[in-house]
Structures are given as C-alpha cells and as structure tokens.
Design a binder for this molecule. Structure first.
Ligand SMILES: NC(=O)c1ccc[n+]([C@@H]2O[C@H](COP(=O)([O-])OP(=O)(O)OC[C@H]3O[C@@H](n4cnc5c(N)ncnc54)[C@H](O)[C@@H]3O)[C@@H](O)[C@H]2O)c1
Length: 287
C-alpha cells in the first residue's frame, strides 16, 4: 500500500453543492490540497460558508484543534474555471445527468495528464457509460460518498467495465487516508446502497400518497425502530431533484419494474422547486 502514498496529492472536486463541499472538507482534513470547482459563483460562496461552519462545529465538538482550522481551510482553493483544475485525482459531483458529466469530464481530462484518476460521485449512472466517452477509461471509476460526506464513513468504489485494478486500489487507499470505509462494488444500477434503500424512500412516499400514514408519522416510526433519520428527513437532506433522478435512473435500468416507479409526490416536489434543505423547503420547512 505504501507505493500509493504519494501518488495523490492534489484533488479537484467538480461541483460545490451538497456533496462536493463535504467531499472537499473531507479531503482537506486528511491533508490533501483541494481545488473546488463550480461554474456557478453562488455555489462556491455557499460551499465556503458551509465548510467554515462545519470546521467551527468540529472545533466546538473537540474533533479538530482550534489552531488546525486555518491550516485545513487554506488547503481548499476555489475556481469557476475547469481549465484551472489540474490535479492527481478528480472527483466529479455535479448534476446527475450523463451528458453534463461527460461534457465536463472531457474538458477536465484535456487539461490533466493521462495518470490523473477520474472518479464520479454519481448515485445511479453507469460508470461504464461515463468512462466509455473519456480518453483514459481505465483511469475512471465511481467513488460514491454518502451525505454528509465529511461525516459518513461508507464509500462505494465502483469498478466500471474498463476500470484498471490499479485505479481501484488507489481509490481504496485514498478513501482509507480520509478515514473512510471503502467497499468495492460492481457497476450495477444503484450500486448497493441506492438499490436497497430505494424502497425505503419509494414505499414511504407511496404510503403517504394512498393515505396510510403522514410524513411525520412515518419519520417518527422509522426513527423509533432505530434508523437515525426517517425517510422524509433524509430525502430533504439528499435533495429531492437528486433523489428523483436516482429513482428515474433505477426505473429505467430495471425495465420499468413497478417496484422502482418514481412516486408522484417526489415529481410534484421537484416541479414546485421544494428540493429540501438546499431550497429551504421540502417535506419540511427550514429557516
Ligand atoms: N445529495 C446526496 O445525498 C448525494 C449522495 C451521494 C451522491 N450524490 C451525487 O452527487 C452528485 C451531486 O449531487 P449534489 O446533491 O451535491 O447536487 P447539488 O445540486 O447540491 O450540487 C451540484 C453542483 O454542481 C454544479 N454544477 C452543475 N453543472 C456543473 C458543471 N458543468 N461544472 C461545474 N459545476 C457544475 C452546480 O452549480 C451545483 O452547485 C450527483 O451525481 C448525485 O447523484 C448525491
């Protein structure tokens, strides 16, 4: 494993939204130089505030020494220019659309060396589809974090059809450097967690739609049974647009099987712009 120790020093994270900001913080805490890219300036400002807030919380909870805070913070640079994202590892965390991911990753591949590893944080798109369009497909894999990315330990490392074993091992090593627990998965729809958890969300929404129970009742019951968060609180944290995109992706991948059919409730929420915490309103209201 020691041979991988110095291969990744700079990490570029594309997309400074819910996941990108947490992934950036996680990498900076582990000592990596980070470039956080977003083409929307407002996202970079929001990400910086959220990272600073999370760092202050860590200090208050005694998880980070106060004098280390500036050092961690200074490891994170921001950029709105993909051409400035020269790194050893790129972690893509933009909108859940194959065309958008491919277009950005082609631009990033063009300014990086063939040794650069490209990892996608996609929740449900095929890694094989993503890597097929890129110049070094064997250097491309999935690296699927969970929300909040600086706290959750699990990371799925996804092997696409063309991913080289060396790429997988470097991502496993990198994940361990971050204090994560990497699990290597095959490139199947929803990988492991999003496939299994789909019914946690979909069945809960269907129960609300047909009047079996309310949002609040289901969350309270699931939390009382031991889940840290009920499905509706969790969907608000994930983002309704992302959750719907994952439902749609699995529904397609499983040949429109009824059990994966997206709920009308989540479609309505997205149409209303009630995307959850990030817009201040989802199933619940946030200040
Ligand atoms: N939200 C979750 O709980 C969660 C968990 C695991 C994985 N994911 C995956 O992570 C990815 C990002 O999800 P998110 O919840 O952080 O989304 P988000 O909507 O919070 O953030 C996406 C960010 O990407 C930026 N962006 C869009 N197109 C861009 C481009 N071409 N170049 C640079 N930046 C661009 C947007 O401005 C936005 O700030 C998705 O693929 C999603 O499936 C999400």
């Amino acid at each position: 494993m020691a041979i991988f120790a110095d291969m990744i020093q700079t990490v570029a994270i594309a997309g400074a939204g819910t996941m990108g900001s947490g992934i950036a913080l996680s990498a900076a805490l582990a000592g990596y130089q980070v470039i956080l890219l977003d083409t929307w300036e407002g996202a970079l400002d929001k990400a910086c505030s959220s990272i600073q807030q999370n760092l202050r919380t860590m200090v208050q909870k005694g998880k980070l020494a106060e004098d280390e805070l500036p050092t961690v913070w200074e490891r994170i640079q921001t950029s709105a220019d993909p051409e400035a994202c020269v790194a050893d590892l790129i972690i893509e965390a933009i909108v859940e659309k194959l065309e958008a991911k491919t277009a950005l990753l082609l631009r990033l591949a063009a300014v990086n060396t063939p040794h650069c590893i490209i990892a996608s944080n996609t929740s449900s798109l095929s890694i094989t589809d993503i890597q097929t369009n890129l110049p070094q497909p064997h250097r491309v894999a999935g690296l699927h974090y969970f929300n909040p990315a600086h706290i959750m330990k699990l990371v799925e490392v996804i092997r696409g059809k063309h991913t080289h074993e060396d790429t997988i091992q470097q991502l496993v090593h990198f994940s361990k450097q971050l204090g994560k627990t990497p699990v290597v998965c095959t490139d199947a729809p929803g990988f492991i967690v999003n496939r299994v958890a789909r019914h946690f969300y979909l069945e809960s929404m269907k129960a609300v739609e047909n009047g079996t129970a309310t949002v609040e009742q289901i969350d309270a019951i699931m939390e009382a049974t031991g889940f840290k968060m009920g499905p509706f609180k969790l969907m608000d944290m994930i983002g309704m647009d992302i959750n719907l995109a994952v439902s749609q992706s699995l529904y397609e991948a499983f040949g429109h099987e009824e059990r994966f059919r997206p709920s009308d409730l989540q479609v309505q929420k997205v149409q209303q712009g009630a995307l959850g915490k990030k817009t201040g309103k989802g199933f619940y209201q946030y200040d």
